[in-house]
Design a protein around this ligand. Structure first.
Ligand SMILES: [Mg+2]
Length: 331
């Protein structure tokens, strides 16, 4: 049974405030949990003015996670990782998180403790302070809504709309690994995949450092994170930029999952979501390293003038790549 609201908030406050040697509390946070509002100073200094980034994400039981599939640690980690990944996709620095949590009356308090512990661990790792939120009883299922606030130097946020014909298209890490875990869970319900064999699904690492470096070095012209799947996220980027794209099937880096490790099918790499990698474009002349902040970077195609997204392959005729998105696989 969950703690009454007052003691639950007191516990969250204790957990959020507990010290963590070597990782100072974010200096933009003037006051966190404990007053009517958190107080943040996000504008930077006159010499270093900054813009504010805000993103919110739902994590809903039986939509984004299942209690029989995902440990509370995985749910807490993924809940915050989704928001951090959006900040990364703008080239931003995350500052503060706000968590609104509604739980059913019969949920064990231990579940909440493990969920919060994991969420706060990830927050600390990125010097993000949990600065507030709300709690309530849910009539059915766990509902977690996270807001993440960050900053970026004024005018420097990396938008989806900056891609131009001729730009090269790059993706970080590998694709399809998260969807492969869902596929395992659905097709072999008795043999649960081990989190360590499907880390990108159960504990995705948001690409904060990579996003920051791409922004600092001025490498990327447009960027988005791969939350819905390459075909859908590339379509978003192209739509916002008013361009098309050509992608080379063999170039797409496919995740290696399971034990023994096997490469996922092209279909999963093209359409499977929730990998939280960064998909970005860079002008033709820019030299983009093959590894940044320890993360492999792969060129997968080129931005074109037409509005279509085409998939080229050595073995098949060129075809249009339609956004099939993640929902298609989820159901
Ligand atoms: Mg996003």
């Amino acid at each position: 049974v969950p703690l009454p609201e007052k003691s639950l908030i007191a516990r969250i406050r204790r957990m959020a405030a507990s010290s963590n040697p070597g990782r100072p509390r974010n200096s933009s946070v003037l006051a966190g949990i404990g007053d009517d509002c958190a107080v943040l100073r996000l504008t930077g200094t006159p010499r270093n003015p900054r813009d504010t980034l805000v993103t919110t994400d739902f994590s809903l039981e039986n939509v984004h996670f299942r209690r029989d599939w995902h440990s509370p640690e995985s749910v807490g980690h993924r809940c915050l990782a989704r928001g951090l990944s959006d900040i990364a996709a703008m080239g931003g620095d995350p500052v503060a998180a706000f968590l609104s949590l509604a739980v059913p009356r019969d949920l064990p308090q231990l579940w909440i403790n493990r969920f919060l512990g994991s969420l706060i661990d990830l927050a600390r790792k990125h010097s993000v302070t949990l600065c507030g939120g709300d709690t309530a009883e849910s009539p059915a299922g766990i509902l977690a809504d996270i807001a993440v606030v960050g900053t970026v130097p004024q005018g420097k946020a990396l938008m989806r709309s900056g891609a131009r014909p001729g730009d090269r298209i790059y993706v970080s890490g590998q694709l399809g690994g998260s969807a492969a875990a869902i596929e395992e869970l659905m097709t072999k319900p008795r043999r649960k995949p081990k989190p360590q064999d499907y880390l990108r699904h159960f504990f995705p690492e948001p690409r904060i450092e990579l996003g920051r470096i791409l922004r600092e070095k001025g490498l990327a012209s447009a960027m988005i994170d791969t939350s819905d799947g390459l075909s859908t996220d590339l379509a978003h980027l192209c739509e916002e930029s008013g361009v098309g794209a050509e992608v080379q099937a063999e170039a797409i880096p496919r995740a290696a999952v399971g034990k023994p490790r096997r490469e996922v099918d092209l279909e999963l790499a093209l359409h499977g979501g929730e990998d939280y990698e960064l998909l970005f474009t860079a002008p033709r002349g820019k030299s983009v390293p093959s590894r940044i902040a320890g993360v492999p970077i792969t060129q997968i195609g080129t931005i074109t003038r037409g509005r279509k997204i085409l998939l080229r392959s050595q073995t098949r005729a060129r075809q249009e790549l339609k956004p099939q998105g993640w929902e298609h696989f989820r159901h």
